[in-house]
Design a binder for this molecule. Structure first.
Ligand SMILES: Nc1ncnc2c1ncn2[C@@H]1O[C@H](COP(=O)(O)OP(=O)(O)OP(=O)(O)O)[C@@H](O)[C@H]1O
Ligand SMILES: [Mg+2]
Length: 341
């Protein structure tokens, strides 16, 4: 499959399973995603829907006993060549060259990517030395510049500090500085602001936007927070139980959600003026664990519009409703043949 001429990353029918003693946990079970240069692609969905495992699959950092079973993850490298990341050995030279340099990742917990025993400056400089220049002085200059750019005051002093000496918001900035230090073409952000207070969260989002404009990188932004998605994403992918169940431009998705799951998610946002009026319209039940899942719509057990003999008989495919709006639901498709075995 050859992606469109500019596409940075194209994920096709990705499946990542954990082989456990109890059975096969299908964390990602047929995900498709397309990311264009400079675009912010949002990924939303409840806990356990497979957002993080999708991100980990792209970088080949899924932990054992998890492994990519099938599918393609086509990256357009900075020299224009195409590589299928799904086929690379997680320890190969090629994937190590790509991580950090062409695709970077930031996490909810900065200490996932920062080492507690090295100074902030040393870590950022090392990333630059690894991917950009071997000249130590030049690398240090670039690191200081990046620390300054992400809004950390006193860069020269901070350079020599350890992560524990910084506040949560500053640590988050340091992680972003490290992630952006090699000007990646794609940044994967997995709930990077969830643990921060609202003001710092807004500052970090603003900063990411600025840097994105400046460096022209694409961002895949994973979150539970529909407010954040509405603010930053161009396109939204709604994930449920290891699959994308709906995709549309952010405006279209919020205006015209088609999948019952998306409709329930949007209804669960507290509205202005409705505060304090009792319970939110929460989604009944919780996300099942996809252990040996039957071949049916993943949302079947929680859906009010469930169609017996259809929704429990096969997995609907992701159908194009026009206007770049895709949905995976039998309420919106005539197909009767099961798409997946
Ligand atoms: N290392 C692991 N071993 C076994 N199962 C795992 C592992 N990591 C994830 N899973 C399972 O894979 C499924 C998808 O998990 P994932 O972490 O991708 O969800 P998520 O959408 O990122 O959720 P959250 O919003 O809570 O971060 C879940 O059922 C989870 O329990
Ligand atoms: Mg996650």
């Amino acid at each position: 499959m050859i992606p469109a001429s500019s596409t940075v990353l194209e994920v096709r029918d990705l499946r990542t399973y954990f082989h456990l003693a109890e059975g096969t946990l299908k964390a990602v079970d047929g995900v498709d995603l397309t990311i264009e240069p400079g675009q912010t692609v949002g990924v939303i969905g409840e806990s356990g829907s497979g957002k993080s495992v999708t991100a980990q699959s792209i970088l080949q950092i899924v932990t054992t006993p998890g492994a990519i079973e099938s599918g393609e993850i086509i990256l357009r490298r900075s020299d224009g060549s195409l590589v299928d990341l799904a086929k690379l050995n997680p320890r190969s030279r090629e994937i190590r060259d790509i991580r950090g340099a062409e695709i970077s990742m930031v996490f909810q917990e900065p200490m996932t990517s920062l080492s507690p025993v090295h100074t902030i400056g040393a870590q950022i400089t090392e990333a630059i030395e690894l991917h950009i220049t071997r000249d130590k002085r030049k690398a240090k200059g670039l690191a200081l510049d990046m620390i300054n750019r992400v809004g950390i005051s006193n860069p020269a002093q901070r350079y020599d500090e350890y992560p524990h000496q910084l506040s949560g918001g500053m640590r988050q900035r340091a992680m972003i500085a490290m992630a952006l230090s090699c000007s990646p073409s794609l940044l994967i952000a997995d709930e990077p602001t969830t643990a921060l207070d609202v003001t710092v969260q807004a500052q970090i989002l603003e900063l990411m936007k600025e840097l994105q404009d400046e460096f022209g990188m694409a961002v895949m932004y994973i979150t539970h927070d529909l407010g954040v998605i509405a603010e930053i994403a161009d396109v939204v992918n709604v994930m449920y139980l290891g699959r994308v169940v709906e995709r549309a431009s952010t405006i279209e998705l919020f205006k015209n959600p088609l999948h019952p799951y998306t409709q329930r998610l949007l209804n669960s946002i507290p509205r202005l003026g409705r505060r304090g009026q009792g319970r939110l319209d929460a989604i009944r039940g919780s996300v099942p664990v996809p252990m040996n899942p039957p071949p049916q719509c993943g949302f079947a057990s929680r859906c009010d519009e469930f169609i017996t003999g259809k929704c429990d008989a096969a997995v609907p495919s992701l159908v194009d409703m026009g206007n770049e709006h895709f949905v995976r639901c039998y309420l919106h498709s005539e197909e009767s043949e099961p798409q997946y075995a």
